[in-house]
Design a protein around this ligand. Structure first.
Ligand code: R5P
Length: 318
């Protein structure tokens, strides 16, 4: 593609946007975003984007103004005649409501896909969606990156030994199995059979697999209230697990999630990525940056090169 590339950032995660721009050897382009007195959003591109291959970086965690801001930026870019608009969404919020699992509920993942498309996005680049099948909700190209291609190096360097990978629920088995295979053909998988009596509450029913004396890596797409992660860790410890480490991509960290993690004797360490900026730090929580992966995806998208090799390491193992 001969068009100029520009990268702009919404306000939800300017840290990762700056890192993505730096890793792509570019400056972030200027955009002004303001709120009216009642909270209504207003955006303006402060430089020409006509004919530009434009990448808008915005994670859509709560509040939903983050999503609204992204929609406004896409709309403004379309009206300013950007050639191609790619929504770069490190954390894709509203993805957990992906089916009609009870009467009279919304399917928000599909709704957000429709909103992005209707606003004028031509492509989406995102990471570790709640379920990879959500790609099918989009009628525009979507590149789904796997954080595992970066985070696996951190675990390998720890050289833990006697490792087992755990999925905190049945839905995460495919992802956890892929992670286990990346660590080695002989790495076992353990599944925690969890129930949700109500939203953000969790009961651990069974642990399927042997964890006695083993070092366990819990792989999950996100930690929200921390209930799933901490209850799984405690159940694993109750079954004789040694060191318990979390590898959870999106640090949603609602309510007292950080306190729960830090006060749990069962949890040794939790690795998260920078798809969502942390508002508080804790010695048990370590951030791994995935900005380089997003930058590479942007460069390759612009140059019309395949980006599959960025994630084939993870995908070929699923
Ligand atoms: C569930 O399917 C997800 O993968 C997470 O395990 C879950 O959303 C975490 O929520 P919380 O931290 O509130 O238990």
């Amino acid at each position: 593609m001969n068009a100029d590339v520009k990268i702009v950032s919404g306000r939800s995660n300017q840290e990762i946007a700056s890192k993505i721009a730096r890793a792509s050897h570019r400056e972030l382009s200027h955009v002004t975003i303001r709120n009216f007195a009642d909270g209504e959003l207003w955006v303006k591109f402060e430089e020409n984007v006509r004919g530009v291959d434009l990448y808008i970086v915005q994670s859509t965690f709560a509040p939903s103004d983050n999503l609204m801001e992204l929609l406004l930026l896409i709309d403004a870019a379309k009206r300013a005649s950007a050639l191609r608009i790619t929504a770069v969404i490190p954390y894709f919020g509203y993805a957990r409501q992906d089916r009609k699992d009870q009467p009279r509920v919304a399917i928000t993942a599909k709704l957000v896909a429709n909103l992005l498309t209707q606003a004028g996005a031509n492509r989406v680049i995102t990471m570790d969606m709640h379920t990879p099948q959500l790609q099918g909700f989009f009628d525009i190209p979507l590149d789904h990156l796997y954080s595992s291609s970066v985070t696996i190096n951190v675990i390998q360097k720890m050289d833990l030994g006697n490792v087992v990978v755990a999925s905190p629920d049945v839905g995460g088995v495919k992802n956890a199995r892929a992670y286990a295979k990346m660590l080695g053909d002989d790495i076992d998988l353990v599944v925690v059979d969890k129930r949700r009596p109500k939203h953000n509450d969790v009961e651990v029913m069974n642990i399927i697999g042997d964890v006695k004396g083993r070092n366990v890596i819990i792989v999950d797409d996100l930690i929200d209230t921390g209930t799933t992660f901490v209850k799984c860790a405690e159940a694993l410890r109750g079954n004789g697990a040694e060191t318990i480490i979390g590898m959870c991509t999106h640090a949603v960290f609602s309510n007292d999630a950080v306190r729960k993690i830090s006060s749990s004797g069962a949890v040794s360490k939790v690795f998260v990525t920078d798809t969502i900026p942390l508002t508080s730090t804790n010695p048990k929580i370590e951030v791994i940056s995935v900005a380089g992966l997003f930058a590479e995806a942007i460069i390759r998208t612009h140059e019309n090169q395949s980006i599959s090799s960025l994630f084939e390491k993870a995908e070929s193992l699923t």
